[in-house]
Design a protein around this ligand. Sequence first.
Ligand code: GTP
Ligand code: SPV
Ligand code: MN
Length: 588
Amino acid sequence: MTTNENAKEWVKWATELLRPDEVVWIDGTGLEKLREETLKSGEMIKLNQELLPGCYLHRSAQNDVARSEDKTFICTTKKADAGPNNNWKSPEDMKNILLPLYDGCMQGRTMYVIPFCMGPVGSPFSKLGIEITDSAYVVLSMCIMTRVSKEVIKRLDNSDEFVKGLHAKAEIDENKRYIAHFPEENAIWSINSGYGGNVLLGKKCFALRIASYQAKNEGWLAEHMLIIGIENPKGEVQYICAAFPSACGKTNLAMLIPPEGYEKKGYKVWCVGDDIAWIHIGPDGRLWAINPENGFFGVVPGTNKQSNPNALAAIQKDTIFTNVAHDLDNNTVWWEKLDKNPPENGINWKGEPWNGKTSKEKGAHPNSRFTTPSINCPNISPEFGAGEGVPISAIIFGGRRARVEPLVYQARDFQHGVFVAATLASETTAAQTGEVGVVRYDSMAMKPFCGYDMGDYFAHWLEMGEKLGDKAPEIFNVNWFRTDEEGEFIWPGFGENMRVLKWILERCNGEASAEDTAIGYMPKPEDIFMEGLDLAPEKLVELLSIDKELWCEEADGIREYFNTLGDTVPQKLWEALEELEKRVEIEN
Ligand code: GTP
Ligand code: SPV
Ligand code: MN
């Protein structure tokens, strides 16, 4: 319990509305009892504790396996403040829909109250929240993903500001599912879902949608970015942030292990965060980033010894698996591309008997996830808990593009970088409901997460650039996902991405050369260190080529996209588009 009067008042209001049988405050202790209850209720399955100590399996409802963007709303008084990039309802209209749905919906259930902290406890950049939920799975997940402790409650006692998150599973009815944000009153109301990003309210709802709105007003940035430190053989560490849309490689890059040759030389990659960065201008005038999260909610399929050994090591203990396959013989878990030995006697993500050797169906859902504490990760950075964050040398943007985007290029300056980021496009993935593989614009990888008007967000980025002046980080674009005629990825990706990171840092340090092209500065094939990589030289040439005709089409697409965003798109970005159009046409 807290002594914070506002918090007490709000919890009382929620209790009267939801009418639970019992109210339980969570301070991060006594979780074993809660776990036992989830076993009894069937919400979780205890896995083989010898092989996977502290690990559990959870299945969400089949209609509830990814973020529901069409059910996600930004509820500002004025529609224009939410922007054409968001679904909008007025706070009043939304509450009129939701209040009857919440009314009495926790009867016969327990209501948990979770005070939590986003960011290291005591950091000047951290922010507090309270999540109310009727899901023990959410409680246990929040205790991994955020800081939940007695110390956090003490901070809450003396704090005037906290985000109020209200979550109820209700009936998990897809037609009555809403994830509603009220940025003007620091509130999030989520109902009828039990899945990840819809219900772990500290994550996308708070740390991106609400926080981006706060960040605009307070002069900082809340971004969908991983944070890594790259240590060179001299022991110097430089930090990079990278924004890729959902399921486009953030966790994998954050946990990268350099190829053998690099490791031997003494290169190391440190993970500060894998999904979200809160970025402020520090006393030295540079950008400094903290990871507001305390755990990883990572995509499981594709995780294996070769692709991401750090993630695989991290999830051997204290992990909640959601929607993977269950191996009944060993009481362990399995997923596509873990190994070539799927269980014969298994249960698939839907909870049906499943023989991995003979079934054509997938065992794990493509968006199945692990929830694991950050400290489990072997390459977690010593700066993970640093309150002041880490100084950022470069920001990378990247999408999943079969064509058009080259392996890497550098923006000409920060303003051009904002254009590159604003025009980021990517093929959709299983991380959100809806069709997979459709190219859509996803500015800064924030299209689903920006809590206000996109044009205003671009303007905020440009303003940050002006404040930073010559202290601004360099901005780059990458694409690990170019495919050949057979549809195979040309670039090997994963650990080999280190080769691209090395060029990026060398550019920041004035040590590598580049060519001025129509879209920005690009390395020549010989600028990328290729020793030890078995990739035909013409493949690299292809990866570093730009097809002007495709880029003319791309520019048309950008023009159309900017038009959908309305008249708040800053003039400077329109000018950058004209410049691109000129360059790709002239050079065509
Ligand atoms: P969210 O948690 O949804 O934000 O996703 P994320 O951006 O952290 O993506 P993640 O690292 O989990 O990767 C998503 C998928 O992309 C997985 O199936 C990976 O195996 C695959 N992937 C990641 N990096 C690479 C890469 O460099 N090359 C290729 N070909 N695939 C990759
Ligand atoms: C994403 O979709 O970008 C995720 C997973 O990181 S979720 O928490 O569901 O948003
Ligand atoms: Mn994400």
